[in-house]
Write a protein that binds this ligand. Structure first.
Ligand code: NDP
Length: 299
């Protein structure tokens, strides 16, 4: 199988590296930064001039881009994938985007004889580097089995979740809940601290109580309680995910009352200059509105 890989960012670069190192002949291209493509070429990949050229050279093309707009540009834009794809080829999109764009891509590629898998990931850059991602796959189960050896170079948990679009749905719902849980911690801990509680006590007690969420383990130690916001997962990417959920909800006329507020907090934190910090900075930003510094009181 000849693999095309487009989107060599924080996630894509380590994922593509694993594909190359697993022995797949790999073709890539670049957008504004050439360095990640050159680094992949140093491992044996071929750097081509456009997405269309990558689609012509590869049997299976992987994309992992910021969101809908970039995926649309890479597929439908000038010298995009559509210009190079031909019958029998496969597109695996691993972007966190909406189900709607995924279905739009599938509808455009099916008449060309190109099959699509929708395969967003979770686990962050550490899991990307170690091949331990969870991959949520929407699409034909037989196509997933055909692509499984390729996906197994990047992920240790590959779950079929339904037809094309459902991977995006499961991923966006996870992101929505993660964002709500994070800000619930920021807001509730700010109240607790203002009432005289220690955040360490709150954490140890609530960890065993009904208010617990896994987000406490993921973002209290090492981030909020330490006052350290090295990403991790950038706040602007989580802001994008929350707004993808809000966009989908608007299109489907589903009220997202909590998420709408959470989206405003992420927008405000981004506007305050936190966009490149870890997304947990949004919880500290919310606590700051109550004059609380979660790290200072925890020491
Ligand atoms: P980055 O911003 O680091 O990388 C995005 C990549 O897309 C870059 O290689 C960029 O190229 C390329 N790109 C951007 N616009 C275009 C375009 N118009 N045409 C072609 N290429 C383009 O993002 P991440 O790698 O962090 O994230 C990728 C996806 O994975 C996102 O959907 C994100 O939500 C998701 N994700 C991220 C996680 C994380 O921890 N970072 C965890 C799980 C999922 P260039 O730099 O040259 O412009």
């Amino acid at each position: 199988m000849k693999v095309g890989f487009i989107g060599l960012g924080a996630m894509g670069a380590p994922m593509a590296e694993r594909v190359v190192k697993a022995g797949f002949q790999t073709f890539t291209t670049f957008h504004s930064r050439r360095e990640p493509a050159d680094a992949l070429a140093a491992l044996g990949a071929f750097v081509l001039g456009s997405a269309a050229e990558v689609a012509r050279a590869a049997d299976t093309v992987i994309t992992i881009l910021p969101a809908d707009a970039e995926l649309r540009e890479v597929v439908f834009g000038a010298n995009g994938l559509l210009a190079g794809l031909s019958p029998g080829k496969v597109l695996i999109d691993m972007t966190t985007a909406t189900a709607m764009i995924m279905q739009e891509v599938e509808s455009a590629l099916a008449p060309v004889g190109v099959q699509v898998l929708d395969a967003p990931v979770s686990g962050g850059t550490t899991a990307a580097a170690s091949g331990a991602l969870t991959i949520m796959v929407g699409g034909d189960p037989a196509l997933l089995e055909q692509c499984r050896p390729l996906l197994e170079t990047m992920g240790s948990r590959i779950v079929h979740v339904g037809p094309v679009g459902q991977g995006k749905v499961v991923k966006i719902i996870n992101q929505t809940m993660a964002a709500v849980h994070l800000l619930a911690i920021g807001e509730a801990f700010a109240l607790g601290i203002r009432c005289g509680a220690s955040p360490a006590t709150l954490y140890s007690v609530i960890k065993e109580s009904s208010g617990y969420s896994k987000m406490m383990d993921l973002r209290l130690p090492g981030f909020l309680l330490a006052g350290s916001f090295q990403p991790g997962f950038r706040l602007d990417l989580m802001k994008k995910d929350v707004h993808l959920a809000l966009d989908s909800a608007r299109a489907l006329r589903v009220p997202l009352l909590l998420t709408a507020t959470v989206g405003q907090v992420f927008s405000a934190a981004s506007g305050a200059g936190k966009g490149n910090a870890d997304f947990s900075a949004a919880a500290q930003y919310l606590a700051s509105l109550a004059g609380v510094d979660l790290s200072q009181v925890s020491t």
